[in-house]
Design a protein around this ligand. Sequence first.
Ligand code: HDE
Length: 697
Amino acid sequence: MSNKKIDDLNTDTVDIQQHHPGLTTDAGLKVSDTDTWLKVSNGELVGPSLLEDQVAREKIHRFDHERIPERVVHARGAGAFGSFRVFNDNASKYTSAGVLTDSSRSTPVFVRFSTVQGSRGSADTVRDVRGFAVKFYTEEGNWDLVGNNIPVFFIQEAMKFPDFVHAVKPEPHNEVPQGQSAHNNFWDFFNLQPETSHMIMWVMSDRAIPRSYRMMQGFGVNTYTLQNAAGELFFVKFHWLPELGVHSLVWDEALKLAGQDPDFHRKDLNEAIENGAPAKWTLAIQVIPEGDEHKYDFDILDATKIWPEELIPVQPVGEMVLDRTVDEYFTQTEQVAFCTSHIVPGIGFSDDPLLQGRNFSYFDTQITRLGVNWEELPINRPVCPYMNFNRDGAMRHRITKGSVNYWPNRFEQLPPVEVAKGGLKQYPQKVSGVKERVRGAKFQEHYKQAQLFYNSMTDVEKAHLISAISFELDHCDDPTVYTTAVQRLNDIDHELAKQVAINIGGPLPGKSARVNHGKTSRLSQFEFKPTTPTIKSRRIAILVSDGFDGATVEAMRTAIKAAGALPFVIGARRGSIYPAGETPGKGEGIIADHHFEGQRSTMFDALFIPGGSQHVRSLASNGRAIHWILEAFGHLKPIGAVGEGVALLRDAAHLPGVQFADGSTGTVISDYGVVTAGSLTPSSLSEGLKIVKGAAD
Ligand code: HDE
């Protein structure tokens, strides 16, 4: 399908595989030697290098300036292209914005996902908030919805942002730690700034270690406004709901992946798109009419609060599909620049103080990062016509003809556009008051929604949350920090604080004066299941050694591919592995995609162990193979085993008490996510795939 933004970028794209005029300088001079600097020599001895070699000099100078400042936050990211289409008329009552109401449009988008704390080279799977920034290239100009995968934020006031970011980033004296909030300063900030209470619950939950960017919710976080054709105003919160449901890693996987495959999320996004599994989200809105602003016991403009969906329903509007990877990281994912202030007619801001500050910050930061002409860069320019009298500045490259560069001018060139013809309409809001540095009364309450979130977690999620906080506080070596943190947690929930105190040491907290209200909402990630159960794009490892059962592996590979998932054969070595009946060294056997040391179980969603007596004997004597199985089992991955593979699984995963099937019918031990069968039959295969699907659910 055509995508206007891709067409636009193509006008600036060269493909070195298609065009190879030979090497030239940037000025077009053909270069005959790009490896050896011009020198003085007498034929035998080689003397000094000559500064006069302008080709060498320019190559080095150009290289010296390759880096630009990385983003002060959200430095590490991954991007993809796609499109957005409205699928109903839910939004028409509230907004005149074509991008949200016109179902005949396909609006091109670019999305950049990111972590927040770490620098550009940090690992993907660290515990952190994930950025979820969407640039809609609409017919009325760019709309940037710069969100996160968590619906609330740490602070209420933009002016606190530098303090917060300084506190969470590596400490100033030693630049430690990288990609972590597990340090004194972050928790000190939490201790002293109670408005962080709600967000800290989310960041310590499994939401902060997603399995994939494709399996996260997204949230606009701030309160925006919508305006309809009749001029009525509504407050709005934006939500992205992933087609695949919300899934997380377990902490042990996240820790290991940070070392084993620091690009895990980046690769996952590209791998899925390239294998025909585009990533999809539903865009949904929560809407409050202008007159109802003060109806709730929380302030609807406070970014540390959610709008519980039991009170304000989440209404689906359209679907975003990401189906194209970037061609070049720097010019696309690095140079893309978002601005919350970029809205289109029908969408507006509210007095949310955090949003007001963001509207200032983003434009400003892009000037430092990319220069004043950052909006001219191919990835940032709109797909609709644009023209104005902004001029000049470093690296201006658009050439504008005409003899005037101001308005009004005697030629009446470029007059402002009337509102009726699509010009930006300001909502005529009556504002009066006293100039004061104040926060609204409801902004003073910080605990009710922190409790709401905690109460809404399942037991498993609560246990993970307690472990996460205990992990982080264990990395704080200042007793003031971790003992105060327990007191602060006690304001949210006494049991939670007590469990953490037991783990991390220090005095146990007394009963809190603030009682947990016990209410819940739909916030557990288990509530956000895939639209349709699927294993599409999931990575399934098949462990093999020489002498494996070839027919079973082939059948399994075919079944996995047919379900849209990705089979990977993992062997003792990368290269030919021979099935039973074939002589090693003769013929090709099966080519293992990876070896046990090169890839670890953490990188896969499920594991299959075929039969074959020699193959099982050799896996059983391989410590790494045993570790693979045990680790996959420990991380609750679905595991299938057939024939002799069943005993190997039983022994490796230490399951002596569990009865495995040794007949041909197959037994499902669903509590463990384990499926076994004497041989691969259509019924055991379909049971197995059901378990994998269940786990992906
Ligand atoms: Fe940002 N934020 N932010 N932020 N933010 C930036 O802009 C800022 C906030 C978010 O992939 C910066 O281009 C202030 C909330 C994302 O390029 C900077 C405040 C949310 C991204 C900035 C906030 C976000 C940024 C750094 C408090 C969730 C990455 C580089 C008032 C809704 C976008 C840049 C990308 C990036 C400022 C709070 C999300 C400095 C002042 C709340 C996803 O301008």
